[in-house]
Design a protein around this ligand. Structure first.
Ligand code: ZN
Length: 298
């Protein structure tokens, strides 16, 4: 099913935010002065996944220190001046402890001051602990019991960050009945512009993937305004396609599982006809650092 691009794969969790502050509004105004019509509808997001931040900032896994990685990337992201930041799950190291989220919140504070940070939840997160630390998440939260789903509105594209956290620190993920029902009833009403999803879990058929991935594709299939699904979990940077949907597997920022995979983040510029994705690799395989991949909506 997934076709192209990079290398083969495989695993992953989520977070919170601050409302668009004065600084972000000033940046947006500065950009619009030189913006073309196309530029005006562009939505510039920084995409992070699998930060795996532990309470103990000296913790190392596979020779990677997730806290150091995040510290390296925060200034890069701020310098890129995105309009928002999405963290696609596995925000916390393993169990989603309160202390993990406090460490994460402290490290992303400069980022949250510059742009809203939208945090999704993965299998190494804990929804209750997350909500205790990130008490006023950015974006509009969908009214779905027991799930943390964020809707981000932009004139050019609508972004929906889904919640696939089933049990903390178990591998598999699930949207669940309530979230699927929300999608079924909401998607017909959201057809005025392209829509992209973010969800933590991989979309395969394995026991550690999103267990209701096939049902998600069935729900989405009639809705041609849904263009792409971004996900994490595998710690692999890879592009694919299924049912005309573009599938974008974001690299991990915390650590990789294989030496051949990069760790880092992705600078994304959404337009009405697709998205340009620039890999910003800070560790692991850095061969494609700085390379831009243009993905066209079908
Ligand atoms: Zn992960």
């Amino acid at each position: 099913m997934p076709i192209l691009l990079h290398r083969p794969s495989n695993r992953r969790d989520f977070l919170k935010t601050t409302t668009l502050g004065g600084a972000a509004l000033i940046l947006a105004a500065g950009r619009s002065a030189a913006a073309t019509d196309a530029g005006a509808s562009e939505f510039h997001l920084a995409l992070l996944s699998d930060t795996h931040i532990p309470a103990d900032r000296t913790e190392v896994y596979r020779d990677f220190n997730p806290c150091d990685n995040l510290d390296r990337v925060v200034p890069q992201v701020i310098a890129a001046r995105p309009e928002g930041v999405v963290l696609c799950g596995d925000a916390a190291r393993l169990e989603g402890k309160l202390e993990d989220y406090r460490q994460l919140r402290a490290q992303i504070e400069p980022l949250a001051a510059a742009a809203p940070v939208f945090i999704g939840l993965g299998n190494h997160d804990d929804r209750a602990s997350f909500r205790k630390v990130f008490t006023s998440p950015a974006g509009t939260l969908a009214a779905i019991d027991g799930k943390h789903v964020t809707v981000i509105e932009h004139p050019g594209v609508r972004v929906v960050v889904l919640d696939s956290l089933l049990y903390p620190n178990r591998v598999a993920g699930l949207l669940g009945k309530a979230q699927r029902a929300w999608l079924t009833s909401s998607l017909p009403t959201l057809a005025d512009r392209p829509l992209v999803f973010f969800v933590h879990h991989t979309l395969g058929e394995g026991d550690g993937d999103l267990l209701d991935a096939d049902r998600l594709f069935t729900i989405v299939r009639p809705h041609r305004h849904v263009k792409a699904i971004f996900y994490g979990h595998s710690h692999v940077w890879e592009l694919g396609e299924r049912d005309r949907l573009q599938l974008i597997n974001l690299p991990s920022l915390g650590y990789n599982f294989r030496d051949q995979d990069p760790i880092g983040w992705v600078d994304a510029r959404f337009r009405s006809d697709g998205v340009s994705l620039t890999l910003r690799a800070v560790g692991g395989n850095r061969t494609d650092d700085g390379k831009t991949f243009d993905v066209r909506w079908i």
